[in-house]
Design a protein around this ligand. Structure first.
Ligand code: URP
Ligand code: ZN
Ligand code: ZN
Length: 456
């Protein structure tokens, strides 16, 4: 009944790390035994290796248009790198294009994903400024089609962002439908005032971008939306929290008894704002911006005390030409950085330095997103009955963080040490990556409906 046994790895189970055999059959984990206990025709000798649950990246933007810019990758060229980096499920954002509603954007993205994705996938619906009322009215139908989360932006009011009054309406509808609301939390008026100040002072380079988007703007939006969510009885998840003040606002909301979750991203934990002093500082322009070392320390503390639930990427795959075209005016540089492949290898470095353990890594990149987005325990854990989404890591082998398979020509993480290497990635019992070779097929990724699936 077993097709394959992965033998003798340090296996990261929900209950802790143990040397074990993992038996796979029919795409699922069928058995977990002591090293040497399980037999199958195909045995992978995994001694000296670590076996993690396939990582979930719930914050990626593939083939996405932001104003005049379109990201360089699609559901194929974006998910092959995900597999190289040990990510076996992604959740993308169906952001309506001009003329679209939440539903038509969702249908477009679902089709693109079906045709291209090599890892499993889901979509967050998005309610944006245009067609706001129509999109809001479409939420029940989208929920019936398996959507479990909806995203709103309090920033970018001139394009896709919503007012706090509109966000309150979304929260009320979402609470009625048991939808999780993801929030890009930066108060737009404060950001616009920050931009105006930098422009007036002639600071139009990457430093101006960082200075224009204050931690106070993040804190203000988190406080406001957390308050609105409490009144509405809605569940919220603040995405890409980047600052000490933002983390503190999340912590306070939790202390007040509110149902609040929070994500930070790998760039905010490992990079600091000195990147904006480089000649090519535009490569790191993202919103919120990468902040100072003291913020970085506060984010690690927020991970340690459980304020943050997840570490994602906010993957936006622009290339250096796109980033450089308007480098002298930060307002015109496309926002966002690529990371879907490098998140896990960067995080392996934190195990070497003792900031994370294999168990906490599995919790932050697999278990927590699976629980938040209702994929647990089908996804996000190594357990009998779960999908055999598995990542075999050689903890002693290096990963070159200056290059990747992503559809771009630069790496934001180029200066970091890469300790630990993804050797094999398995999706539902089939190998996607085997020793630096992609061995999967276009379109093998499946829509994960977001239904709670019980381990049989
Ligand atoms: O800079 C970023 N993060 N751009 C992508 C859109 C978003 O805000 O998530
Ligand atoms: Zn955002
Ligand atoms: Zn994003």
């Amino acid at each position: 009944m077993l097709d394959t046994v992965i033998r003798g790895s340090l296996t990261i189970l929900p209950t802790g790390a143990v040397p074990a055999d993992v038996g796979i059959g029919a795409g699922r984990i069928q058995a977990i035994g002591a090293p040497g206990e399980l037999e199958a025709s195909n045995v992978v000798d995994a001694a000296q290796h670590v076996l993690l649950p396939g990582a979930i990246d719930p914050h990626v933007h593939l083939n996405t248009r932001f104003g005049e810019w379109v990201t360089r990758d699609d559901f194929y060229t974006g998910t092959v790198p995900a597999a190289f980096g040990g990510t076996t499920t992604i959740i993308d954002f169906a952001i309506p294009l001009p003329g679209e509603t939440a539903r038509s954007a969702f249908e477009r993205c679902q089709k693109e994903a079906r045709d291209g994705a090599v890892v499993d996938y889901a979509l967050h619906g998005c309610i944006t400024r245009e067609a706001f009322s129509e999109s809001l009215a479409e939420l029940p139908e989208l929920r019936a089609r398996g959507m479990r989360s909806v995203k709103v932006f309090s920033a970018y009011r001139s394009t896709i962002g919503l007012s706090f009054e509109q966000i309150e309406q979304v929260l009320r509808r979402a609470a009625d439908m048991d939808l999780l609301v993801l929030v890009h939390a930066e108060t737009d008026e404060m950001i616009e005032a920050g931009i105006a100040k930098e422009v007036a002072a002639g600071r139009l380079g990457p430093r101006g971008h960082a200075a224009s988007r204050s931690a106070a703007a993040e804190q203000d939006a988190i406080r406001k939306v957390a308050g609105l969510a409490a009144k509405a009885g809605a569940k919220v998840l603040f995405v890409h929290v980047s600052s000490a003040e933002g983390a503190e606002a999340v912590r306070q909301a939790r202390l007040d008894g509110q149902s609040v979750q929070a994500e930070t991203c790998v760039q905010y934990l490992f990079l600091d704002d000195e990147v904006y002093d480089r000649a090519d500082g535009q490569l790191w322009i993202c919103s919120p911006p990468i902040r100072s070392r003291s913020h970085q320390q506060a984010l690690w503390s927020a991970l340690d005390d459980g304020t943050f639930d997840l570490i994602s990427t906010d993957h936006n795959c622009f290339d250096s030409r796109q980033k450089a075209l308007h480098r002298d005016d930060f307002r015109r540089v496309p926002n966002g950085i690529p990371g879907v492949e490098l998140r896990m290898p960067v995080l392996f470095g934190a195990i070497q330095t003792g900031r994370l353990t294999w168990e906490s890594l599995a919790r932050l990149t697999a278990e927590a997103p699976a629980r938040s987005f209702r994929l647990w325990p089908r996804k996000g854990c190594i357990a009998v009955g779960s999908d055999a989404d598995l990542v075999l890591v050689d903890p002693t082998a290096p990963t070159d963080l200056s290059s990747s398979h992503m559809a771009t020509d630069y790496s934001p993480f180029t200066l970091l040490p890469g300790n630990g290497h993804v050797v094999q990635t398995w999706l539902r019992g089939s190998r996607l990556v085997d020793r630096d070779r992609f061995v999967g097929e276009r379109g093998v990724g499946e829509w994960v409906h977001g239904e709670r699936s019980e381990v049989p």
